[in-house]
Design a protein around this ligand. Structure first.
Ligand code: SAH
Length: 259
């Protein structure tokens, strides 16, 4: 890794948000994967209350709404994403059931035991996997579900380059058995665990970034921070292609236990 390399966390937050605003999704995933994760959840009715935490512009939320009954609140820290989210909900005719609000996942504005389902794709890392599982639990009704996707190691050992990248970017990345154990220890019964297929990264994420990168570099020609952001995105993609056997995203679906 070069000394000049920076993690995404060090870039100007507004620039990052602007870059990702132009994309349908802000992390790896796909409509098929959202629908598959939903297929393990059997407690939903028209009265259900669902929260999508770190919803971004709502790519996955709209898919969720089209395949599940109930009211969905999307929550994200970045107001620009929530504006696009609410516009998307309206364009899909879902505005009566799907609402985006600005808020933080570490201070949820929901009542205790008020939610039937907490959804979060590629976002729980912002609070940390274990902390999110523990803190969000109290907002679920007894028997409520949580469905989150999170970065995982697929092997016990991996090459130093990819290990160092993740330890620097998100040290809480862990192996699947450890992650399932964290779910269990936080007071949930693991229901399903599946790894996101490669095309969730390549087709649904990286390929769609190319256009966003072009627009962004045109607008910010000569801006060092913008150029570094794009370079770091490209580096992330290069690492994925090189080391995809060692890590990826996993969907975890679990049900709140009584105790
Ligand atoms: N779920 C979306 C977005 C994932 S990117 C998708 O899969 O496409 C992670 C999202 O988390 C971003 O939209 C970012 O703005 C949001 N985020 C970061 N910190 C947050 C916080 N503390 N509370 C709520 N959202 C947060």
């Amino acid at each position: 890794m070069s000394d000049e390399y920076k993690t995404i966390h060090e870039f100007d937050f507004k620039l990052i948000c602007e870059f990702f605003s132009g994309m349908e999704r802000q992390g790896p995933g796909s409509p098929e994967v959202t629908i598959k994760a939903l297929s393990f959840i059997d407690n939903l009715t028209e009265q259900s209350q669902i929260a999508d935490l770190g919803c971004g512009t709502g790519g996955q939320t709209m898919v969720l709404a089209q395949h599940a009954p109930g009211q969905i609140t999307g929550l994200d820290l970045f107001p620009g994403f929530i504006n696009i989210f609410n516009r998307n909900a309206e364009q899909s005719g879902l505005q009566d059931r799907v609402k985006g609000i600005v808020g933080s996942m570490d201070q949820l504005p929901f009542g205790k035991e008020s939610l039937d389902l907490i959804w979060s794709e590629g976002a729980i890392y912002n609070i940390g996997f274990e902390r999110g599982l523990n803190e969000w639990r109290e907002f679920l009704k007894p028997g409520g579900y949580i469905a989150v996707s999170e970065a995982s190691w697929f092997t016990e050992k991996r090459p130093a380059e990819i290990n160092d990248f993740w330890v620097n970017a998100y040290p809480e990345i862990d192996t699947l058995p450890h992650q399932v154990n964290k779910i269990y220890k936080a007071g949930y019964l693991p229901v399903a665990t599946f790894i996101l297929p490669e095309k969730c990264w390549t087709e649904h994420y990286f390929a769609r970034k190319i256009k966003a990168q072009e627009i962004f570099l045109n607008k910010y020609a000569g801006n060092k921070a913008a150029e570094e952001l794009v370079a770091s995105e490209l580096y992330e993609e290069e690492l994925y292609r090189k080391y995809k056997d060692f890590y990826g995203y996993t969907f975890f679906i679990a049900r709140k236990t009584a105790l």
